[in-house]
Write a protein that binds this ligand. Structure first.
Ligand code: PHE
Length: 357
C-alpha cells in the first residue's frame, strides 16, 4: 500500500495537465483502478486482515482523491496566472486621445471669472443680445440725446415702415442685464453677467463683437469699500498673484454715481506683463455706485437699497493673462491659432483645482 501511495502521489505531483490528472484518477480510483481492484480483494481476506486493510485502503483512496483535487486547483491557478500574464494591461497608460478641438480662450476666461465670483457668492445672470433701447440706454439713465449713445457706435436693428415695436439694438454693453436682473429678483442681489456685446468699431484692439462681464451687488449697506475688496480679490485670483495694487480713477458713467475706472499696477519689462509690480498702470474696468435712477427704473427703492456695479472686458483680460497680442485673432477661427492659445477640453477651471491648469 505504501508503494501504491508513493507511486500515485508522485505521479499526481508530476502531472502537467488536467487530462493527465484525469487519466491518473481512472488508473488509481476509477471503477477498474488499482485501488478499486485492491478493495475487491478485501472479500477474500480473513476478518482480521480486512479490519486492518479496509480502513487503510479507504484512507489511501481519500488521500489520492484530495491530492487529485489539490493538484487540479493548482493547475487551474497556474492557467489563470498564465492567462493574466498574456492579457496584462497597464491601465495607467494615457488613453489614445483623438484631437477633439480646444476650448477657446474666451470660454476659458469666462469660466475662470465665473469660478472666482461664484466663490464670492455671485450667481450668473443672462440677458438678450438684441435688446430694446430702453434696457440698453434709457433705463441706465442714458436718455436719447445723451452723448454716450453716440460714443457707443450702436448697431440699430432695422425697422420696417409701420413697425411700432420699440427700437431694438445689439446691446452695446452688459449693463442692461443689471436692469433685467433687478426686475426679476429685486434686492438684495449679487450677480455677474458675462456675454457678447456689439459696437461698430474695428482695429487691433476693437472688434464689432466682443465680450464683457457685468457685476452687480445691491444690499442695504454696500459701499465703494466693498467694491474695492471684491475687485482686489478678483484680480489676485484671476492673475494668480498674491498681491495687487488697484488705482481708482474718477470717471463718468450715466448709470453710476460716483464712477471710477480701475487700473492695476503692472510692469511690461522684457515684453511680458507682470501684475502687481512695476510702474505701469493698466485699465481693466469701469465701475461705480449704482445711480438711484437706475435702481428706480428697475423697480428697486433707492431709499432702501444701494450697491455697486462694474463692467469689464473679457477679451482684454484674456489677452493680458495669456499674452495674446491681437484681439481680432480671437474671432478669425484659425485652427492653428486655436491650437496654440486654446485649452484642453474637460480642463474646467476651479479655484481649488487651479484656474488655468
Ligand atoms: N457699461 C460700461 C461700459 O461698457 C462699464 C460699466 C459697467 C461702468 C458698470 C460702470 C458700471 O463701458
Amino acid at each position: 500500500m505504501d508503494d501504491l501511495r508513493d507511486k500515485y502521489i508522485g505521479l499526481i505531483a508530476a502531472a502537467d495537465s488536467e487530462a493527465a490528472l484525469e487519466d491518473l484518477r481512472v488508473q488509481a480510483v476509477g471503477k477498474k483502478g488499482e485501488i478499486s481492484l485492491k478493495m475487491r480483494e478485501l472479500g477474500k481476506m480473513s476478518p482480521e486482515e480486512r479490519q486492518v486493510a479496509g480502513p487503510a485502503l479507504n484512507a489511501l483512496k481519500d488521500e489520492i482523491n484530495s491530492a487529485l483535487a489539490a493538484k487540479k486547483a493548482a493547475l487551474e491557478d497556474a492557467a489563470l496566472d498564465e492567462r493574466l500574464r498574456g492579457e496584462w494591461l497597464d491601465v495607467t497608460l494615457p488613453g489614445r486621445t483623438r484631437r477633439m478641438g480646444t476650448i477657446h480662450p474666451i470660454s476659458q476666461v469666462t469660466e475662470e471669472v465665473t469660478a472666482i465670483f461664484a466663490d464670492m457668492g455671485f450667481s450668473v445672470a443672462e440677458g438678450p443680445q438684441i435688446d430694446t433701447d430702453w434696457y440698453n440706454f434709457d433705463a441706465l439713465n442714458i436718455p436719447g440725446h445723451h452723448p454716450a449713445r453716440a460714443e457707443m457706435d450702436t448697431f440699430y436693428m432695422h425697422r420696417a415702415e409701420g413697425d411700432n415695436r420699440p427700437p431694438h439694438v445689439l446691446r452695446t454693453h452688459t449693463s442692461p442685464v443689471q436692469i433685467r436682473s433687478m426686475e426679476k429678483t429685486g434686492a438684495p442681489i449679487r450677480v455677474i453677467a458675462p456675454g457678447r456685446v456689439y459696437r461698430a468699431d474695428y482695429d487691433q484692439t476693437h472688434t464689432p463683437m466682443f465680450h464683457q462681464v457685468e457685476g452687480l451687488a445691491i444690499d442695504k449697506d454696500i459701499s465703494m469699500a466693498n467694491l474695492k475688496w471684491v475687485l482686489e480679490e478678483f484680480v489676485k485670483a484671476y492673475f494668480e498673484v498674491d498681491d495687487v495694487e488697484l488705482r481708482f480713477r474718477a470717471s463718468h458713467f450715466p448709470f453710476t454715481e460716483p464712477s471710477a475706472e480701475v487700473d492695476i499696477r503692472c510692469s511690461w519689462e522684457g515684453g511680458s506683463l507682470k501684475v502687481g509690480e512695476g510702474d505701469d498702470w493698466l485699465e481693466i474696468l469701469g465701475s461705480g455706485m449704482v445711480h438711484p435712477k437706475v435702481l428706480q427704473n428697475a423697480g428697486v427703492n433707492p431709499d432702501e437699497w444701494q450697491g455697486f456695479a462694474f463692467g469689464m472686458g473679457i477679451d482684454r483680460i484674456a489677452m493680458l493673462k495669456y499674452g495674446i497680442p491681437d484681439l481680432r485673432a480671437f474671432f478669425d477661427s484659425d485652427l492653428r491659432w486655436l491650437r496654440h492659445y486654446g485649452f484642453a477640453a474637460l480642463d474646467v477651471p476651479t479655484l481649488h483645482g487651479g484656474l488655468s491648469g
